[in-house]
Design a protein around this ligand. Structure first.
Ligand code: HEC
Ligand code: HEC
Length: 379
């Protein structure tokens, strides 16, 4: 008895829905600016909710970034004006495999629809105060298509970029550049723009006064060769030759002089004062800068050689075992400690870590050199 009534009601609802639809549609077509704005605001509001729920714990409520390591500043003006809508949406949906940045898209097993990602994008755009620059070009799909010289780019990258982005762009202190999704979705122009202009108020500085346009293009070509899968194959070949030359030619301090002998604290550390004493007495030993080479290029203990902690295994067999090896970094033990551990594991007994680290050494006025100016390319 109640059924016909129900059916009538449903039909009624459907008819009104259709009426509303057909009435609303032309309204939408002729919507004035204000309506469009309201719709955008609604979208941004939805995006803001989603962002608060899923993203802010790493990228920060205001998009300043770095609540999680390497979670970049998404409200950064240089990022927002240079990143295309597509780059950001793909970034959200597909993430950065192998990093804390998950793929959030439903199709990838996440929870966000494309509409959700668009809402988040439109929330991001409310942060943007400066006009976008069009940097789209054909996504290069990981291939070097820009005609740059990747070999030269590799050298420049090692010198200027690896300290933060890691050797082979595999990350470290900053966002990874060898990520397949990044390489697929970032245009050459976007990468070039970022190198030239940097990202204000982040560690990413502008390189346009340091690298020439050709150099920048070479670096882009090199970044195009990076690939999380083949990063390691190249490590050994490139480095061993270089390393054995460095160790042979200028590894040992005061070669031929009586060897230094250190008293070691906790079987691991040696005091900076003791190292300096041996230094002053012109005894022979080796000082190893365990930081990434670009840090070394900026400044280092005079006479130290650069063997980044991630390369130290390549130096096993090349370094002598009969004189002391002192490793250091800034931290003061994190990197130097890793380097020392690896050497000890390879049966080096005379290994110690500079206890107070490089900053203390510099503060004491012990000999160090800064070579940043001599490293600037002349162009
Ligand atoms: C667990 C921490 C974490 C969460 C949660 C997270 N991210 Fe990320 N995000 C990262 C990290 C780390 C990176 C950099 C990854 C790399 O090294 O390439 C990143 C990168 C990105 C990038 C690329 C930026 C660029 O410069 O290329 C975008 C866009 C992004 N995140 C958006 C989001 C959005 C939107 C959400 C929420 C839906 C989110 N992230 C949630 C950690 C996180
Ligand atoms: C002192 C550390 C540091 C150095 C050195 C450095 N970068 Fe960066 N770079 C960063 C940080 C941090 C970011 C992310 C900034 C942000 O939050 O947007 C970044 C971002 C980038 C991005 C954008 C990546 C993305 O997913 O959005 C590119 C491309 C890049 N750097 C290339 C380079 C190149 C090439 C060099 C050398 C010429 C270099 N960087 C040197 C710290 C550094």
């Amino acid at each position: 008895m109640k059924k016909p009534y129900l059916r009538f009601m449903i039909t009624g609802i459907l008819i009104s829905a259709a009426l509303i639809y057909f009435e609303a549609d032309p309204g939408f077509l002729y919507a004035d600016q204000a309506t469009v704005k309201t719709r955008q605001l609604n979208l941004a509001e939805k995006g803001s909710d989603l962002y608060g729920k899923y993203c802010s714990m790493c990228h920060g409520a205001n998009g300043k970034g770095y609540l999680a390591d390497e979670a970049s500043a998404l409200s950064n003006q240089d990022f927002l004006k240079s990143a295309s809508d597509d780059y950001i949406i793909q970034g959200i949906l597909r993430g950065r495999p192998g990093t804390p940045m998950s793929a959030w898209g439903k199709e990838q097993g996440g929870i966000l629809t494309i509409e959700d990602a668009q809402a988040i994008l439109s929330f991001f755009r409310t942060w943007q105060k400066e006009p976008s620059v069009d940097l789209s070009n054909a996504a290069a799909n990981g291939k070097a298509e820009n005609g740059g010289n990747a070999e030269n780019g590799a050298k420049l990258f090692e010198q200027w970029c690896a300290a933060c982005h890691g050797k082979y762009g595999a990350g470290g202190k900053a966002i990874k550049l060898n990520n397949p999704i990044f390489l697929e979705t970032a245009s050459d122009n976007f990468i070039r723009y970022t190198i030239e202009n940097g990202r204000r108020n982040t560690a990413m500085s502008a390189y346009k006064n340091i690298l020439s346009a050709t150099d920048t293009n070479d670096v882009v070509a090199y970044i195009r060769t990076l690939n999380a899968d083949n990063s390691f194959k190249e490590t050994v070949a490139v480095d061993n030759e270089e390393l054995s030359k460095v160790i042979r030619e200028r590894g040992v301090l005061n070669p031929g002089n009586p060897p230094a002998d250190f008293s070691v604290i906790d079987n691991r550390f040696v005091a900076a004062d003791d190292v300096y004493a041996a230094y002053k007495a012109e005894q022979s030993f080796i000082i190893i800068d365990a930081r990434p080479t670009s840090d070394y290029l900026r400044s280092h203990i005079t006479g130290a050689i650069s063997i980044p902690f991630y390369d130290i295994k390549n130096a096993v067999g090349l370094l002598p075992k009969d004189i002391w090896l002192i490793t250091y970094c800034v931290c003061p033990h994190a990197l130097s400690g890793r380097a020392a551990n690896q050497l000890k594991a390879a049966d080096y007994d005379k290994v110690a870590i500079l206890n107070e680290g490089f900053v203390f050494w510099q503060k004491k006025g012990y000999p160090s050199e800064s070579s940043i100016n001599s490293q600037l390319p002349k162009d």
